[in-house]
Design a protein around this ligand. Structure first.
Ligand code: NDP
Length: 311
C-alpha cells in the first residue's frame, strides 16, 4: 500500500503563509529567458508569439500589452495584431490561417472575449493545436483529459506551479475546485487529478458548497464572485488558491462615491488568512503566473514544432 500523505491540517498555521505569485512568476520568466537564449544559440530557433486583439476592450488591451512586453523581455519574437471591433469572421479566420502557416510563429493567442457577433468557438478551432498556447483548442482539452501531453491553459498551469512550489508532492490530497469553466475550473481539476489528488469540482448547482469546501486540503476558487469563499468554509491549514479577479468599489466611501474600484479575489482574503495554511493574494498571486506560463507554453510549442526535446 502506498504511504498516506500527511494531512494538511497537521501543518496548520494560525495565520496563513502567503503564496507570492511575483516570486514564482519572476523565477519562471528567468527560466524561460535562459531557455530562449539556449534555443537561439544551439538551434538557431527563436520562439515566436503572435497575439491577436479584436476591438478596444480596455482590460484586454492591458493584458495584450503585457503579453507583448514580457515576450520581448525574454528574447522571443513577438507580434501583436490589432483589428477593429467590426472585423469580419472570415478576415479573422484568414489571419489565424496565415499565423498557422508562419514558420516564425510558434504560439498564437486570440485575446478573449471577442466582440459580438464573432464566433469564439470557430476562431479557437481554427488555431493549429500545435500553436494553441492558450490550450483552449478541443484537441488540447481532450489530450489533457486523456492524460496525454498537451498545451495546457496558462492560469490552471500557473495554479499548479504555485501548489507544487508550496506543498511539494500533492499525491492523495483532497482538492476542491469551485468553478467548472473551460478556461479555468475544468483544466485545473484535470491537472490536480494528474497530480494524484482526489478532486471534486463544484459549481453553481452544487449543494452545501461550504461543507464541500471544508473537505479540501487544496481549495481552488475560480468563480468570479467577490470574496465568496468565507473563513468557515476552509479547513484549517488548507492551501487556498484564489483565481478570481473582481472589480468592486473601494471600502472608503469617498473613493467609492468617486466611482473608483479595486480588484479583489473570490476569497475573503483577510478572514480566510486566519484559517488557511497557505493563501494566494488577489491581486498578486495566480494572475501574475498567467503570462509567465504563456511564455513557457510558447517555448514548449516551439520545441515540439522544431522536434527539439525538453531540456
Ligand atoms: P466563468 O464565469 O466562466 O465560470 C465561473 C464558474 O463559477 C462557473 O462554473 C459557475 O458555475 C461557477 N459559479 C458561479 N457562481 C457560483 C456560486 N454561487 N457557487 C458556486 N459556483 C459558482 O469564469 P472563469 O472560470 O472564466 O473565471 C473565474 C474567475 O477567475 C473570474 O473572476 C475571472 O476574472 C478569473 N480569471 C482569472 C485569471 C487570472 O489570470 N488570474 C484568468 C481567467 C479567469 P456554473 O458552471 O454552474 O455556471
Amino acid at each position: 500500500m502506498p504511504e498516506s500523505p500527511a494531512p494538511v491540517s497537521s501543518i496548520a498555521a494560525s495565520s496563513a503563509k502567503l503564496i507570492d505569485g511575483k516570486i514564482y512568476a519572476e523565477r519562471l520568466r528567468a527560466q524561460v529567458a535562459a531557455e530562449v537564449a539556449m534555443l537561439k544559440a544551439e538551434h538557431g530557433l527563436q520562439p515566436g508569439l503572435a497575439v491577436v486583439l479584436v476591438g478596444e476592450d480596455p482590460a484586454s488591451e492591458i493584458y495584450v500589452r503585457s503579453k507583448g512586453e514580457h515576450s520581448l523581455a525574454v528574447g522571443m519574437h513577438s507580434i501583436t495584431h490589432r483589428l477593429p471591433a467590426d472585423t469580419a469572421q472570415h478576415a479573422l479566420l484568414r489571419l489565424v490561417g496565415e499565423l498557422n502557416e508562419d514558420p516564425t510563429i510558434h504560439g498564437i493567442l486570440v485575446q478573449l472575449p471577442l466582440p459580438k457577433p464573432l464566433d469564439e468557438h470557430a476562431v479557437l478551432a481554427a488555431i493549429s493545436p500545435d500553436k494553441d498556447v492558450d490550450g483552449l483548442h478541443v484537441v488540447n482539452a481532450g489530450r489533457l483529459a486523456s492524460g496525454m501531453p498537451a498545451l495546457t491553459p496558462c492560469t490552471p498551469l500557473g495554479c499548479m506551479i504555485l501548489l507544487r512550489e508550496t506543498l511539494g508532492d500533492l499525491t492523495g490530497l483532497r482538492a476542491v475546485v469551485v468553478g467548472r469553466s473551460v478556461l479555468v475550473g475544468r483544466p485545473v481539476a484535470q491537472l490536480l487529478l494528474q497530480a494524484d489528488c482526489t478532486v471534486t469540482i463544484a459549481h453553481s448547482r452544487t449543494r452545501d458548497l461550504p461543507a464541500i469546501c471544508r473537505e479540501a486540503d487544496i481549495l481552488v476558487a475560480a468563480v468570479g464572485r467577490p470574496r465568496m469563499i468565507k473563513a468557515d468554509w476552509v479547513k484549517p491549514g488548507a492551501a487556498v488558491i484564489d483565481v478570481g479577479i473582481n472589480r468592486v468599489p473601494f471600502d472608503d466611501p469617498v473613493k467609492a462615491a468617486a466611482g473608483r474600484t479595486k480588484v479583489v479575489g473570490d476569497v475573503d482574503f483577510k478572514a480566510v488568512s486566519q484559517v488557511a495554511g497557505w493563501i494566494t493574494p488577489a491581486p498578486g498571486g495566480v494572475g501574475l503566473m498567467t503570462v509567465a506560463v504563456l511564455l513557457q507554453n510558447t517555448v514548449t510549442a516551439a520545441r515540439r514544432l522544431a522536434g527539439i526535446g525538453a531540456a
